[in-house]
Design a protein around this ligand. Sequence first.
Ligand code: ATP
Length: 356
Amino acid sequence: MKTYRIAVVEGDGIGPEVVRCALDILAEAQRLVSGFALDVVDAPAGAGTYLERGEALPATTLDACRAADAIFLGACGLPDVRYPDGTEIIPQVTLRIKLDLYAGLRPARRLAGIPIPLAGAPPIDFVVVRESTEGIFASLGGGIVLGDALATDTQVITRSGTERVVRAAFRLARRRSRPRPRVTCVDKANILRSFAFFRKVFDEVAAEFPDVASDHLYVDAAAMELVRRPERYDVLVMENLLGDILSDLAAALVGGLGVAPSADVGDEHAVFQPCHGTAPDIAGRGVANPLAAILSGVMLLDHLADAHDDPSPRAAARRIESAVASALAAGEAQTADVGGRASTAQAAGAIRKRLT
Ligand code: ATP
């Protein structure tokens, strides 16, 4: 029986509240399925850790993350806790850089029982794949401000950076096994050379995957299309900032941050975390929606199954999904952010008791 080590960064605010619910559900699903084991290792990081130890991402935590089969993270940072220079405490971003997590996966799947803003409740099930190491964010700290007259930042698109994220998108489309898998390249190739280059590399990589269809959308059209006809999309891959923006739009389409899971994946490591932040406004009140964290746990199990060619974690993932669907259908797992009355513990408990 394979044992997978999971490094857990509970983080700050609602991070620990939702992570504990999700881990409890993962452990129960693992117990029911058997065939694999989870070895959970505490890996402290975040604003609380900074206050306690003077560092937000201790070396021991980074080592634990490096040694793990997967990393599970709640949310890190608090508005009032900053470095002396005033910058935010964001160890999740440091992890992304240190572990070279270049593909941000942001699934948008409509769940029955969660209200969405679109009329007609179309079946939504697409994934935004965000390049996470370059694009315009590569300019971070390197922009130029000339006097008080002009400012510039430079977008960086490399062949290698584009190839690897586009390949990740095509492999994901294959794994999702939709009847007609398709990857859509989102860019602004009609205006900027860097985006035209991204598109060119995309087309070259697409030729390696003849079984997966491909097409292109300009980002402005993509924003409109995802609202008008979200059911048409499967996997969409794009530059960092475009992915940052469209993944929030995607989360809003399926019910908001409380239900939006995510993964940041590289060749060696992967971090799974809810899209939401630490939500200081509701932390400690027991009302946070645990679904985004639970669904991130489902992604973690699927990742273990894919990476180790092991069907057991996938079986556990499917059981959790069924339990979530059944708890939502009964109206017992809806917290206030999605129009329900359940507390964090009640929502998680309703899901846990339906695990079979
Ligand atoms: P960050 O900058 O740390 O990513 P953010 O600015 O995106 O954070 P969040 O902390 O995600 O902000 O919170 C945004 C809003 O969404 C807040 O009002 C918060 O209470 C709400 N929210 C976030 N996550 C949840 C959740 N799991 N359940 C209920 N409400 C949530």
